[in-house]
Design a protein around this ligand. Structure first.
Ligand code: 13P
Length: 341
């Protein structure tokens, strides 16, 4: 079992490949569909995700795994093939979001605790039978006046560690995602300090829950200023500070780090990853586990119309290829312009 966990964790961060986060909850995908004027029906959600998973070039070359929502893990493509089988046929691993969302934390205004531990062992067993080989749990840490509190960070880190241990026991690689949000007007250095605290606490709790670091993938935020901060940061500063905090907090036994995009623009998310990989000398693989930064372009191109499927697949393939180049430190703005043309 441990050998399989380690192998799958390594596959998820294989050179030049990264993860497609397509695990939007029903509420979140509705928001995305609202933005492109598409009704969020089960059939439309299926059609959209089928379009992504049938993007053969992208899936075979640039995507190591896909994070799914419960509904998608059970859905069939229009020709009756399970969507999970489409992912497997492309050589990628199916994964599943297993947390039940971030809920208000008592006595901590503005802070949340991610729920979903109750009954998780049983659900993981079923998910593995349905084909899932990895899972995701997202803890959310917001930065604002007076928050985050130590209590919120500890509670979220402990839940992440409990989840990760349950996953490994079920033969499923846990993606451990402690996301420090980029909402707000805080500086990049405040993001650094909070991210450092959160990562230190997360690995402390992972140790106490006996999680095997070789059989997990970390999905962190990058170190960036808040979106509303008056002073923004250069690509180089983001890369240097993110790598520095990771080197200070993430043991070398972790095979790979797959970033979330967190509301960065498509190209920023790509440029930041590329700059970090170019720094070199890192003990872990760095790659992407992007949701919005991989899907914004194909969603817009698709807009719910059958005649746009090919254009949407081309947009997805382009973004996936740019991120694949970035994960190898081979991306440049010129590449971006040339390939998009
Ligand atoms: P974004 O890349 O859109 O932040 O989504 C990744 C994800 O899975 C968040 O949990």
């Amino acid at each position: 079992m441990t050998a399989e966990l380690d192998t799958n964790a390594q596959k998820m961060v294989a050179n030049g490949k990264g993860i497609l986060a397509a695990d939007e909850s029903t509420a979140t995908i509705k928001k995305r569909f609202d933005a492109i004027g598409v009704e969020s029906t089960e059939a439309n959600r299926r059609d959209y995700r089928e379009l992504l998973f049938r993007s053969t070039e992208a899936m075979q070359n640039y995507i190591s795994g896909v994070i799914l929502y419960d509904e998608t893990l059970r859905q069939k493509a229009s020709d009756g093939t399970p969507l999970v089988a489409l992912i497997e046929q492309a050589g990628a691993l199916p994964g599943i979001k297993v947390d039940a969302g971030a809920k208000p934390l008592p006595f901590c205004p503005g802070e949340t605790i991610t729920e979903g531990l109750d009954g998780l062992a049983g659900r993981l067993k079923e998910y593995r039978d349905l084909g899932a080989r990895f899972a995701k749990w997202r803890a959310v840490i917001d930065i604002a006046a007076g928050i985050p509190s130590r209590g919120a960070i500890e509670a979220n880190a402990q839940a992440l560690a409990r989840y990760a241990a349950l996953c490994q026991e079920a033969g499923i690689v846990p993606i451990v995602e402690p996301e420090v949000l980029m909402d707000g007007d805080h500086s990049i250095d405040r993001c650094y300090a909070v991210t450092e605290f959160v990562l230190k606490e997360t690995f402390h709790q992972l140790y106490h829950q006996r999680v095997r670091l070789e059989g997990m993938v970390l999905k962190p935020n990058m170190v960036v200023p808040g979106k509303k901060a008056t002073v923004q940061a250069s690509v180089e500063e983001v890369a240097l500070k993110t790598v520095r905090v990771l080197k200070n907090c993430v043991p070398a036994a972790v095979p790979g780090i797959a970033f979330l995009s967190g509301g960065q623009s498509d190209e920023e998310a790509t440029a930041h990853l590329d700059a970090m990989v170019k720094l070199g000398g890192l003990p872990w693989a760095l790659t992407y586990s992007y949701g919005r930064a991989l899907q914004a372009a194909p969603q817009k191109a698709w807009s719910g119309k059958v005649e746009n499927v090919a254009a949407a697949q081309a947009a997805f393939t382009h973004r996936a290829e740019m991120n694949s180049l970035a994960a190898q430190g081979l991306w440049s703005p010129e590449q971006e312009a040339r390939k998009a043309a």
